[in-house]
Design a protein around this ligand. Structure first.
Ligand code: 13P
Ligand code: SF4
Length: 302
């Protein structure tokens, strides 16, 4: 591992490269990354970087968003096939149909979406800024794509708007059930339940705190409690445990893993740094349009 780390460090210097890793990437990859964070934080880092090469240990939509936000940089994915199933779960036809039904419609697009879907949208959001941004929009009618669960969470927080939900979902988070939470609570009755809003309503209802990966990590760090049931992907354990080695973190169910995130191994990071394979490209016309909702997100989330 030390040898691999040294090789990565040398190549980073030689190529003026940075490594960005999402909290769901393997722990070993997070440990060698320059920036680790949630989708919002990593989008901001990509926008502000002065590196020439960005290696993004994440899934397709993250690399694509980074490329939109820093178009003159070379963005490399450790695994070109790592994808987020939910990113494809909305249809341009449905968006257009709703636009003609509601002339003031704002299409709010979770950043977990393809560039093609961003092209149909008015503003992007992440799980850490969705409520704030939807509240700030002047529009009464909102179509929230692609995640129906995050959309439902935002709808609960912003009852003054007419939020139309889509039926997309994260297969990893939506697999958690009420029974999983109840059984974890039975085993750990003193623990607080911290949940990502991509989980279903029945899971969110049983939770003590709802937030993005960064929000969950921050909540656990600040909390006086010392036991937590975590309802999001198990990659967050690296940050949770490094921040508070004496606190106890239990995952709500076994195998809470996004397989696409876990292909971002240090070996693959080294491979793309060496070969510069798996470069992210976005068609110029698509990029020009898809960047607009991302820019608006960065503006409205300030
Ligand atoms: P965060 O923005 O909370 O890190 O979420 C990203 C994600 O893919 C959740 O499944
Ligand atoms: Fe996509 Fe779900 Fe994996 Fe997040 S955890 S990247 S939403 S499939």
């Amino acid at each position: 591992m030390e040898e691999l780390r040294n090789k990565i460090e040398k190549l980073k210097k030689k190529k003026n490269a940075v490594i960005l890793a999402h909290y769901y990437a393997p722990s070993e990859t997070q440990a060698l990354a320059d920036f680790v964070g949630d989708s919002y934080y990593l989008a901001k880092v990509a926008r502000g970087t002065d590196a020439d090469v960005v290696v993004f240990a994440g899934v397709g939509f993250m690399g694509e968003s980074a490329k939109l936000l820093c178009p003159d940089k070379k963005v490399l994915m450790p695994d070109a096939a790592a994808d987020c199933a939910m990113a494809h779960m909305a249809s341009a036809e449905k968006i257009r149909a709703l636009r003609s039904e509601y002339p003031d419609l704002a299409v709010v697009c979770y950043i977990n979406s393809t560039a093609a879907l961003k092209c149909e949208s008015d503003v992007c959001v992440t799980s850490s800024n969705a409520v704030k941004i939807v509240k700030r929009l002047p529009n009464k009618n909102i179509f929230f794509i692609p995640d129906g669960n995050l959309g439902a969470f935002v709808k609960e927080q912003v009852p003054e708007k007419n939020i139309i939900l889509n039926d997309g979902f994260c297969p990893v988070h939506a697999a958690v059930t009420k029974e999983d939470v109840l059984s974890a609570k039975k085993k750990h009755p003193r623990a607080l339940v911290l949940t990502h809003p991509e989980c279903r309503g029945e899971v969110r209802e049983l939770s003590d705190f709802l937030g993005s990966t960064a929000d969950i990590i921050d909540f656990a760090k600040r909390s006086d409690a010392d036991e937590f049931i975590i309802s999001t992907e198990d990659g967050v354990s690296f940050a949770l445990e490094s921040n508070d080695p004496e606190k106890k973190f239990y995952f709500v169910k076994e195998g809470f893993t996004c397989p696409d995130m876990k292909t971002n191994t240090p070996e693959r990071v080294l491979y793309v740094l060496e070969t510069e394979e798996n470069e992210v490209t976005v068609d110029k016309k698509i990029a020009e349009r898809a960047m607009l909702p991302l820019d608006r997100m960065l503006e409205l989330a300030k």
